[in-house]
Design a binder for this molecule. Structure first.
Ligand code: SAH
Length: 244
């Protein structure tokens, strides 16, 4: 019997933001793979085997998932947010590149609500004009590349969503990122710190970059740096649709 491999996004945290398509895939799954805290969001039931694993085990996890799918199981690999944004979908395709025997497997990628969109909606509409997303983690790319992208994003006047702004192993990176943006003339721009969005621990703070400090972010925070036109209206923050 032919198995299947589904790579699904669980959204930012709230149950209501899991799409019906993802819920249906989980209801039909025989096996769920993913980083421990994400697998913990899937309700256990008879007939379902949960396979939690450590962070940074992405490619091994993808191999294990494909192997079981090839044996006829219905496997779902879960990510938080969207599986295509700094998450498992790319890891699965990386594993598939080196595994031609599995390239005929039925594979589906099911989108989810990424942290950036959930955070933006809480603040108002800070992504209403052109924007970019940068992963501040330098696990998989040199820090020089991150610096260059920050400088050019500032120069291009994009709103900038920063994923993975902080971690225990890289406590100073966000401070360096803010320095680069300040040097690029962004000191007056509005910065939004959106922590644990759509969970019970949600906290949203916004202030000018010149007053922002790195300790306002943790591993569950998405940072949005507004563009030069981003402004407040009442308690909301938005980017006007027009730019000069
Ligand atoms: N695939 C995920 C992103 C994984 S990278 C997605 O699409 O959302 C992990 C980073 O996502 C975290 O460091 C944080 O910056 C952000 N993030 C994930 N969930 C979040 C949440 N509920 N609130 C705020 N940021 C979140």
């Amino acid at each position: 019997m032919m198995g299947s491999l589904t790579i699904a996004g669980l959204g930012p945290g709230a149950e209501a933001l899991i799409t019906p398509e993802v819920s249906a895939a989980l209801a039909e799954a025989t096996d769920v793979f993913g980083y421990g805290p994400y697998v913990a969001r899937v309700a256990p039931r008879a007939g379902l085997t949960l396979h939690p694993s450590d962070n940074r085990q992405e490619v091994q996890r993808a191999f294990d998932a494909m192997r079981l799918a090839a044996e006829g199981r219905h496997v779902v690999v879960v990510s938080s947010g969207d599986p295509g944004i700094f998450a498992m979908a790319s890891a699965v395709f990386e594993a598939l590149e080196g595994s031609p025997q599995w390239q005929a497997l039925p594979i589906r990628v099911l989108p989810g609500v990424t942290a950036m969109l959930a955070a933006a909606a809480r603040a108002g509409a800070p992504l209403g004009h052109d924007f970019c997303a940068i992963n501040l983690s330098d696990n998989l790319k040199p820090w020089e590349t991150i610096e260059k992208r920050l400088r050019l994003a500032a120069e291009a006047d994009f709103a900038i969503a920063l994923y993975n702004p902080r971690s225990v192993s890289r406590p100073d990176d966000l401070e360096r990122a803010f320095e680069i943006l300040t040097q690029a003339g962004c000191g007056a721009r509005i910065v939004i710190f959106a922590q644990a969005v759509t969970t019970a621990d949600e906290r949203i703070i916004s202030l000018p970059l010149s007053e922002a400090t790195p300790d306002m972010a943790d591993m569950r925070t998405l940072v949005i740096v507004g563009n030069s036109q981003t402004r407040r209206v009442g308690r909301w923050i938005y980017a006007p649709r027009r730019a000069s």
